[in-house]
Design a protein around this ligand. Structure first.
Ligand SMILES: O=C(O)CCC(=O)C(=O)O
Ligand SMILES: [Fe+2]
Length: 351
């Protein structure tokens, strides 16, 4: 992962963009040897890559993502009281289902809370896999369940193609192939997330961005149109992952790192105000492909977990105080490191 500087704005506000590998999904799906090797390199070295989806077979998915952006706008414009009926802390057991308002989690800068709303739609609910927790959601989403299910299924399939290629490179070290822990239709913590970061003032708001973290699950298939996502490069510097039209950003989460015997990298990332677009609302669409409930693995410190157990453990740390977050490696993969964003004053300094 190297970085490039774009020419505007300058100085403290320079936009350092990371350079990620770009891999064509159709080449990968056709077993192109070079594409498979690239996926392995990206998974091993960076934990992040762009996936090019501009192909006749994946165009319907790209079109559906456009529809989801519209749906997100409608959803988050609706009355917050209505959304709060689906509070993620209340409607399901595993925090994979429902609405979280901005400000509930610890934030990306010292003394701030998080600055994003999220609505999570669990794959278990879409596929009626859990009789105890049938899907319940606001009317705006209910009317679009076939669109949502289509995107979840396609994104899960993309994740499984990537897993199969990674497995082919990692075997025979693996006891079972990675995709066997991610069967579509088996109970898991996988979910489709619609996220909105309303514009905030760096100095006046108490809510900002999203804390530095590694993803809890296996593969995140992420779409966004505005910058703000940053990744921690090998050099220890943060750089923006600029959105690319027709591409998803793929990143590897903790569960996949652990299932790979820690061969694959789960990269640290965060969301901060982007100097050129921070006054616009930012929407992201993420499919969080996560392992089956009973997948088993060992974490960074050698402790034993199931898929659902790790999810629950990690979830708590997003709400913990900075002091508690520093006590172990659960949030960032590095004990004592929080990756806080310190450029709170940048807006005022712009020349
Ligand atoms: O909004 C984004 O671009 C990234 C979101 C993210 O990292 C997450 O929700 O895990
Ligand atoms: Fe993330």
């Amino acid at each position: 992962m190297s970085s490039i500087h774009t020419d505007s704005p300058r100085g403290a506000n320079a936009i350092r963009a990371t350079e990620l590998r770009t891999i064509s999904f159709s080449a990968l799906a056709r077993d192109n040897t070079a594409a498979i090797a690239e996926v392995f390199e990206a998974g091993f070295q960076d934990g992040f890559f762009y996936l090019d989806l501009r192909d006749a077979e994946t165009q319907p998915l790209l079109d559906s993502i456009e529809e989801l952006y519209q749906l997100s706008e409608t959803l988050f414009d609706s009355d917050q009281k209505e959304l709060m009926k689906y509070d993620l802390d209340i409607i399901g057991p595993s925090k994979i289902d429902g609405y979280k308002p901005a400000g509930r989690n610890t934030g990306v800068a010292s003394g701030k809370q998080d600055g994003f709303e999220i609505y999570l739609i669990p794959t278990n609910g879409l596929l009626s896999l859990d009789a105890l927790y049938p899907l319940q959601c606001p009317g705006a989403l209910h009317n679009k369940l076939s669109l949502i299910t289509y995107v979840a299924e396609k994104a899960h399939h993309i994740g499984n193609v990537i897993l199969a290629k990674l497995s082919s490179m990692l075997q025979p070290q693996l006891p079972i192939a990675l995709q066997e822990h991610h069967r579509y239709g088996q109970p898991s913590t996988s979910a489709l997330g619609l996220l909105k970061y309303p514009p905030t003032s760096r100095t006046e708001d108490h809510r900002l961005g999203q804390i530095a973290h590694t993803d809890v699950g296996s593969i995140t298939v992420l779409f966004n149109r505005l910058g703000g996502l940053q990744v921690l490069e090998e050099s220890g510097e943060w750089a923006f992952v600029e959105p690319k039209i027709g591409h998803a950003v793929i990143n590897i989460g903790d569960s996949l790192r652990f299932l790979s015997g820690k061969a694959l990298r789960s990269s640290l990332h965060r969301v901060v105000p982007h100097p050129t677009t921070e006054f616009r609302p930012r929407y992201s669409i993420a499919y969080f492909m996560r392992p089956e409930f009973d997948a088993e693995f060992e974490d960074e410190e050698g402790a034993h977990w199931t898929g659902i157990g790790w999810h629950t453990r990690k979830f708590a740390v997003f709400r913990a105080t900075a002091e508690d977050q520093k006590k172990d490696s659960v949030l960032t993969g590095r004990k004592g490191y929080l990756g806080l964003w310190e450029n709170v004053q940048d807006t005022e300094e712009k020349s």
